[in-house]
Design a protein around this ligand. Sequence first.
Ligand code: GRF
Length: 214
Amino acid sequence: MSADLRVGVLASGRGTNLQALLDAASEGELGGSVVLVGCNRVGARAIERARKAGVPVCVADRAELPRRADRQAKLRLALEAERVELVVLAGYDEILTPPFVSAFEGRMINIHPSLLPAFGGTMHAVREALQYGVKVTGCTVHLVTEEPDGGPILLQRCVEVRPDDSEERLQERVLAEEHRALVEAVRAFADGRVDLQGRRAVIREAMGSATGAR
Ligand code: GRF
């Protein structure tokens, strides 16, 4: 695939995952570049991060466009105008409409702060994992389908839950794994190393990686 994958990122909040992608791109480690950031909240920190990196921003705010379908239609047009090849949902807090999902089918991924299918479909996955008492949690990067958090899993990273963990401390360690996992997933797309076999997504090893090299 493209050695310079055109990536569009949708975010709603602080944007640390977006920042991880911007940093990896500027260090030449992403296999592509972030060409557009879409956001549904005018005050989001993600917008500042994009602007600082010189990346165009499309804002589809609720005040301007109260209907979710209209916000997503605006974002879709912007992504298509930028010829985005991969859409990354990095803390985007809206369920996507069927037309949006089908427009980017097979080339849209999401990061979720739990080991799916555990603690899916919630905005409080870390809190719920902690309250449930699991000993291991983590993060998941998956392809986006119409079922929220239900698409084929691309990769997962584990994080141990410590007996004295607070939600904040656990969240911090999960977030650090998210940043690495998301960059790795985008890189795999850029390298054309993602194979989809039904609902099983497989990332082939990078040529020359530690385990792949002989
Ligand atoms: C992350 O925990 C991500 O998994 C979830 O939303 C959060 C976004 O964080 N979908 P940030 O805005 O990237 O800092």
